[in-house]
Design a protein. Sequence first.
Length: 77
Amino acid sequence: MEELIWLCWDFRGPDAARTCAHQLIHLKEWALDSIHPVLDYKSADHNEVWSTAYMLVNRSEMLYFRDLLKPHRGELG
């Protein structure tokens, strides 16, 4: 089984949760037109001023997504 990577976009500030939710909508819309598979999406509200949007991809596809979408960081899935 191929290794999975969560690409992460962090948002901070009083509107972090709302901005994160909005980013997730754009990621999903963008992926509809992509020929590269996106396996899953999620978001997490860490506290009232920090939220993260996540997109799960195969490691072999990670460079494509990283170079195009510029996530803030990645985590092993």
